[in-house]
Design a protein around this ligand. Structure first.
Ligand SMILES: [Zn+2]
Length: 460
């Protein structure tokens, strides 16, 4: 058999190879063998007719949170490859049990240093630990749990020196998770490379009009070629409901959300926000994460001693739209990729809402593919992903353009999801040479990437 799998008669959109045509895709041993007209079905072990559907290079979501049923939820959303933005090796170790056949890389959150920065040895040890457990780098979560500007800068510098991926949810003890935090992040990065996480989420109108904030924030990003970034399109955010010993939400983002809607940023205020339907408590139900609010939401929040993940409808569509579509003077997108900040948070909508932008004329189909797949491949240094040329990984997202939804997810030539049913299990860990041993210890497949290939260290 020349092909293990033959995908027949899809509209294939692969801008990297200049393809937008109704063709067949031949796959063997997890790789694309051939894309062309009328490939011989007699040479195929299995045939799937995709007439009327569209096949694009597999979606790469560069900002997710993998917990609970996240793998399954991502497979359902057409995601082939994902970057977890918090839990490092924990995510990788849980994959044999929870995986849905996807490719996963992870970052490890660094502890907060609200005062003095860590010493060089201490900081280096934390980064090394993250890399050794299989993470490709570190995440700084200033906006939720701020560090001082000096400590933030120290981690960015160390990560650059150590060639560790470094992403930042902006905000410090001097600013917060808003436009001023974003402008500060640009300053703190200096000449170092930095992934600015979910750009849209700092443009919620806390310091002024959200569209104006977006234009100002994007202009600052456009001037700095050493920054990579993604933004998402969902209206709901992701944060925590935990109340600390001081009676306040431990996450500063949660405090902001409460203030934005006129609630006191304390325990009573959060309880009222949930009761009123503004605060949405995430629970696992029927194999997915769902949002619960009102009396039931309050009951669950209290039952779990306030330690729940939560969402609030705080993202501004005008800011998200600008982040998704804005280009610089050379015609390049200011924000590299469309992500979701989803995973286990029920908002894996990059395909669904990205296609809405295509229908609206805000993105071309080629640009959509660039933003949901090719950009992510560059960001993670994955030369064999983000396109469908011969020899590329057979990671394919199949879309029903009429319905505007993903209907099939193929990873490494295996169908992990079709028409709402998830078939995949396990998966592949994407790590660096420094995390290979830990990754292999899971028993899963491992793909080793070279940090020098990360867009982060190459954009300049
Ligand atoms: Zn996030």
């Amino acid at each position: 058999m020349k092909y293990d799998l033959l995908l027949r008669s899809a509209r294939v959109v692969d801008p990297s190879n200049g393809v937008d045509a109704e063709v067949d895709v031949g796959i063997s041993e997890g790789k694309i063998v051939e894309v062309g007209e009328q490939l011989d079905a007699a040479l195929a072990g299995a045939l799937v007719d995709l007439d009327g559907l569209t096949a694009i290079p597999g979606v790469i979501d560069t900002h997710v949170h993998i917990r609970g049923p996240a793998h399954k939820m991502m497979a359902l959303a057409g995601v082939c490859t994902a970057l977890d933005m918090a839990d490092g090796g924990d995510v990788l170790r849980a994959m044999p049990e929870l995986g849905a056949g996807l490719n996963v890389a992870a970052l490890r959150t660094m502890p907060a240093y609200p005062d003095d920065p860590p010493g060089t040895d201490e900081g280096k040890a934390l980064v090394e630990e993250a890399l050794a457990e299989g993470a490709i780098g570190i995440k700084l979560i200033g906006g939720h749990n701020p560090s001082s500007p000096a400590a933030t800068q120290k981690f960015i510098e160390l990560a650059n020196q150590m060639r560790s991926y470094v992403a930042f949810h902006v905000g410090s003890t001097e600013t917060g998770s808003h436009l001023r935090g974003l402008l500060e992040a640009v300053e703190l990065a200096g000449d170092n490379c930095l992934h600015v996480a979910h750009v849209n989420s700092y443009l919620r109108g806390i310091t002024g009009d959200p569209a104006q904030e977006a234009l100002e924030g994007l202009a600052a990003l456009a001037e700095k070629p050493n920054l990579v970034s993604e933004s998402y399109l969902s209206i709901i955010n992701g944060t925590g409901g935990k109340i600390g010993d001081d009676g306040l939400p431990t996450s500063h983002v949660t405090r902001n959300c409460l203030k934005m809607a006129g609630y006191d940023p304390d325990r009573d205020g959060l309880g009222r926000a949930i009761a009123d339907g503004y605060g949405l408590v995430q629970i696992e139900e029927g194999g997915q994460t769902v949002l619960v609010t009102g009396e039931r939401g309050v009951a669950i929040w209290e039952e779990r001693d306030t330690d729940v993940s939560m969402s609030f409808p705080v993202n501004k569509p005008e800011a998200s739209f600008l982040c998704a579509t804005r280009k610089d003077s050379r015609g390049n997108f200011v924000v590299d990729a469309i992500s979701t900040d989803g995973g286990g948070i029920p908002r894996n909508v990059a395909v669904e809402y990205g296609l809405a932008l295509v229908r609206y004329g805000a993105l071309t189909m080629d640009e959509f593919v660039l933003k949901v797949s090719s950009a992510g491949a560059s960001m993670l240094g994955l030369h064999d992903k983000g396109h469908l040329g011969a020899g590329a990984d057979a990671d394919i997202t199949v879309i029903d353009e009429d319905l505007g939804i993903p209907v099939m997810t193929v990873v490494g030539g295996r169908v992990v999801m079709a028409h709402g049913i998830v078939y995949g299990s396990g998966g592949t860990i994407i790590t660096t040479a420094r995390g290979e041993e830990s990754a292999r210890a899971t028993g899963l497949e491992v793909k080793v990437v070279d940090p020098e290939d990360f867009l982060l260290f190459n954009k300049r």
